[in-house]
Ligand binder design. Structure first.
Ligand code: ADP
Ligand code: MG
Length: 208
């Protein structure tokens, strides 16, 4: 993937978030404060506006991440912004992102989210979508899959991971204030992570 593909990812993610704003907000209204969809919609619109014209992939994602941190309200803004910035940093000055390097970028995103939010798998957060996604990516890569197939595996795992948050009790973030009443609902941040990775899979699939 080149810088144009990564910019296309951010644009496509912004479109998917925008189309799903009401659903994400509804999910957050059930166990949070009902702002997740609007937070992300604002953040990803800012990321699209901040995409540089002529920069390598790493700088492209760092610019997007920075815009998300500054324009997204809520806990999710710094977390998603950190994820994109860490991915961009992992890419360094590379012009072409191959499957192993994209895997390193996704692993760096997960590490950044974990460091900042201190959530583990099972805490009912975006980590429950991102961690299995990164694991599935790495497994597919080790099995010799190409980049598009690795990202597809990651997106599918994220979707499953998000669905699996339904019975969990939240132990991090605003939903944790509800205690046992947070069970029985899909975590909004896990749902949006699945959406963002689906956007990446769509864009990666177009190139093959
Ligand atoms: P807020 O909770 O501040 O209103 P959002 O509604 O935008 O922020 O985002 C909520 C989502 O953020 C949650 O569904 C969860 O996935 C994620 N989240 C919250 N706290 C953490 C954390 N400490 N680590 C990882 N993800 C978190
Ligand atoms: Mg919220």
């Amino acid at each position: 993937m080149n810088a144009g593909d990564l910019a296309a990812w951010i644009r496509h993610a912004a479109d998917l978030v925008s189309a799903d704003t009401e659903r994400l907000t509804r999910l957050d209204a059930a166990i949070g404060d009902g702002d997740h969809g609007h937070n992300l919609d604002r953040g990803f619109s800012a990321a699209v506006a901040a995409l540089p014209e002529d920069a390598p992939p790493g700088k492209t994602l760092i610019a997007a991440g920075r815009a998300i941190v500054s324009k997204t309200g809520g806990a999710s803004g710094p977390l998603y912004g950190t994820a994109l910035r860490r991915t961009g940093k992992a890419f360094g000055d590379a012009e072409d992102i191959d499957a192993p390097l994209l895997g390193e970028g996704l692993r760096a995103a997960l590490d950044g989210v974990r460091e900042l939010g201190q959530a583990e798998e099972g805490d009912k957060t975006m980590v429950d979508a991102l961690a299995p996604a990164v694991a599935a990516y790495e497994t597919a890569l080790a099995d010799g899959a190409d980049l598009a197939a690795c990202v597809r595996a990651a997106a599918e795992a994220a979707e499953k991971g998000a669905e699996a948050t339904v019975p969990l009790q939240a132990r991090k973030g605003r939903a944790s204030y509800l205690g046992p009443r947070s069970t029985g609902h899909l975590d909004p941040g896990a749902a949006s992570t699945a959406l963002i990775l689906r956007a990446l899979a769509d864009v990666a699939g177009e190139g093959t």
